[in-house]
Design a protein around this ligand. Structure first.
Ligand code: IVH
Length: 719
């Protein structure tokens, strides 16, 4: 077997043993293996932005490597991982050593730090209260590129790499329209530096195109820009709409100007695109004013920025100030607070879920929030829109949310975006309070709000097409029947199919029979053939035998999540015992009711939902039709393996509102999960409450499933 890098992954005896036990030959082979593994991990982390192993595993590999090297110094490899810091360059690109190092910037977050920055420079240069001007310009969220022009001709383009050595992406850079191939009137040697980026619109279109062709989609414009520039085939880069802002320079044969602003103007005159929000500021007060002005325009710029960069304007002073090890003393990046953006609320849609909940969804003018383009956000429920919490207390100082409003969007980690605030000063004169529907927009049934419930629900039950489809989607989902080839898309298709309709779960299991009777056979439909139709029938057949707990969960009964389903199955063991208990508990009283309520983890709300679902007024007939098609397997006594999170590693971050961290941890552990303190490639689920920060970002980078508190509670069946 080989892994993605083509390395053998089969475990050999040498890999298992302590370094001290290895022979020289084994140690040599082991060092080669470790160099390959660590190299691959470096590439995945630093160049593909897609780590494949946890930090801890990475450290273990490096430690093992060092230990073997210490025992067998003569075997230390020329490319030993011990001598490498962080990224190695991507294979396939030539390496370019920068004539002048490409550095990074120091960061500031608070206004006071800008005054301190100015004080520091004044002190460093012993300027007293003399005038000291700075440029202030947006910090573009892309990747930096150095372009080398010799006698006005573009001869080389290099990425930053580790700052000393970058990747040669000359051919790719030539495809970017903002990068001139020739300059007139430039110094004989000129290295222009700036940022490659992708606009929001181009990013959205690229992702849509990629999705259409089943290609890789990108998490944010920065990743899209990086992925597009780092293509070995320049034709691919050419097809990607990359842009370039020039903001600096490296080696030059003669100075561009005396000042930063003058140099930027010169670059613009030479044909580069420079940022038109670059301003000259006479000290911290003006810098902060411009910072606020740029921040206010952030949402509508059409490209991602993550702060404002201030640079000492006088280049002679810049030269005196010089550099620290990795950052200039003459510049600083004033970062924006994370993950908030203002945009327009274009409309409010009502989505109907499988339990009939009417969920308001904000349709927004697309805006980038924390590197992700957001066009929808949850509005929770009607109280939230009206400016109240569930107890009737005012939220957002009682401000309601109206279509047309200028709203503040935030993302806590990778969870669904939410609306935090409304700017009343920008409210259109004709905006009216939102009237929450009292009828289901999908089926027209009355939507009611029961006492104590924050949510209004459609009373249409399975008559409501939205509820029915959502229920079916849940039924075939991963923790439920998980039927191969029958996902959300196919369920939608079959639901609306007149000849082979799947309107309730039982219909799935009669599909083949009905197909055999039908003239418009599935295999003759567009997108289907004999083989795919037969595969689907087989996949359905494979799931006729189903464990009790899975079946119960698949029914999608409100409050009855995966864990609760297994809990209940573990209690009653057989489906028939359970059914007769539900029949016996119809009056919500008596021995069967008491027994149900006695199960640890089953409360009144869940018990009532269960009994109602199995009552004749509920879905009983539909459930019986389904079960007639199945062979329900008895449950085993409760073991943690039955839990949806058994064996998984869960990390909690941010604030949990419905339970304390300690309680959440205890519950997760009781369900067989491991609770870890930090996110790594080993993490399975991140539960991110409000205020989640770096852990959520890391989880996003690693592609780890991220849930908000409600998502988590429903996963563990605690809603
Ligand atoms: S000046 C000596 N100006 O931010 C450092 N950098 O966090 C010169 N960046 O590596 C950098 N916009 O990739 C500068 N207007 C701007 C920038 C900018 C984005 C990036 C650049 C740099 C990183 C540092």
């Amino acid at each position: 077997m080989t892994d993605k890098t083509g390395n053998a992954t089969g475990t050999t005896a040498a890999e298992m043993r302590a370094p001290e036990e290895l022979s020289a030959a084994e140690a040599e082979a082991e060092l080669a293996r470790l160099a390959a593994l660590i190299g691959a991990a470096n590439i995945a982390y630093h160049q593909q932005d897609a780590p494949e192993i946890s930090d801890a595993d990475y450290d273990r590999l490096k430690q093992r490597n060092s230990r073997i090297e210490a025992l067998f110094p003569q075997l230390k490899r020329a490319d030993s991982p011990s001598d490498q810091v962080g990224a190695r360059l991507a294979d396939g690109f030539g390496k370019i050593t920068h004539a002048v190092r490409m550095l990074s910037l120091g960061n500031a977050f608070e206004d006071e730090e800008i005054t301190e920055f100015d004080d520091y420079i004044r002190k460093y240069l012993n300027l007293g209260q003399a005038d000291l001007a700075y440029t202030a310009e947006p910090k573009i969220d892309g990747l930096s590129l150095s372009l080398r022009y010799e006698n006005g001709v573009l001869v080389q383009a290099a990425t930053r790499g580790d700052g000393e050595v970058g990747e040669n992406v000359t051919e790719n850079a030539r495809t970017i329209a903002d990068i001139p191939a020739r300059l007139t009137g430039a110094p004989a040697l000129l290295e222009v530096r700036g940022e490659v980026y992708m606009s929001h619109a181009d990013f959205a279109a690229l992702n849509a195109r990629q999705a259409d062709i089943g290609g890789k989609t990108f998490a944010n414009p920065r990743n899209a820009a990086a992925g597009s520039l780092r293509q070995l085939d320049a034709a691919i880069t050419r097809a990607r709409p990359l842009r370039f802002f020039a903001y600096g320079w490296g080696a030059v044969s003669e100075p561009l100007a005396d000042t930063q602003m003058g140099a930027i103007d010169r670059l613009a005159a030479l044909g580069f695109v420079t940022n038109d929000l670059t301003r000259l500021c006479q000290g911290p007060d003006e810098m902060l004013i411009h910072y606020r002005a740029i921040e206010a325009r952030r949402a509508t710029l059409g490209y991602d920025i993550d702060g404002v960069v201030y640079k000492v304007n006088d280049l002679a002073l810049q030269a005196r100030l010089g550099f620290r090890s990795t950052t200039p003393r003459w510049a600083i990046a004033h970062k924006f607070p994370a993950e908030l953006a203002w945009t327009r609320l274009e409309g409010i849609d009502i989505q109907v879920g499988r339990t009939g909940a009417l969920s308001p969804v904000a349709r927004l003018t697309p805006v980038t929030v924390g590197g992700v383009v957001v066009s929808n956000a949850t509005l929770h429920n009607e109280d939230y829109i009206a400016g109240r919490d569930a107890r009737g207390n005012r939220i957002r100082e009682g401000k309601d949310i109206r279509v047309g409003d200028w709203v503040q969007v935030y993302r806590a980690g990778d969870v669904i975006p939410k609306i935090a605030d409304v700017d009343l000063s920008k409210r259109p004169a004709d905006a009216v309070p939102f009237v929450f529907p009292d009828h289901c927009p999908e089926c027209g049934s009355i939507a009611i709000r029961e006492e104590g419930d924050a949510v209004r629900r459609c009373t249409g039950g399975l008559v409501c097409p939205a509820q029915a489809v959502e229920k079916l989607k849940h039924f075939v989902s991963r923790g439920a029947f998980d039927i191969e080839g029958l996902g959300a898309r196919q369920v939608e298709m079959f639901y609306h199919d007149d000849q082979l309709a799947i309107r309730e779960p039982a219909d799935i299991f009669t599909l083949q029979q009905r197909d055999a009777r039908n003239l418009a056979r599935l295999k003759n439909r567009e997108g289907w053939g004999e083989k795919s139709a037969n595969n689907l029938f087989q996949a359905i057949d494979d799931k006729r035998k189903i464990p009790f707990g899975r079946l119960l969960f698949a029914l999608g009964i409100r409050h009855v999540g995966e864990a609760a389903s297994n809990l209940i199955a573990g209690h009653y063991i057989t489906w028939n015992t359970f059914l007769s208990a539900m029949d016996g508990a119809v009056g919500l009283a008596g021995a069967d009711w008491d027994e149900l309520m006695s199960i640890d983890g089953v409360g009144q709300v869940m018990a009532k939902a269960l009994v109602t679902a199995f009552s004749p007024e509920g879905e009983r007939a539909s459930i019986d039709r389904l079960v007639a098609q199945l062979e329900v397997q008895d449950a085993r006594r409760i073991v943690a393996e039955g839990s949806p999170i058994a064996g998984k590693t869960v990390v909690f971050t941010g604030t949990l509102e419905k339970m304390t961290r300690a309680e959440a941890k205890a519950r997760a552990e009781a369900l067989g999960a491991k609770v870890a303190g930090s996110v790594s490639a080993k993490t399975d689920i991140l539960v991110a409450g409000p205020g989640a920060g770096s852990k959520a970002r890391k989880a996003q980078d690693l592609g780890i499933e991220t849930l908000d508190e409600d998502g988590w509670l429903s996963l563990i069946g605690a809603t």
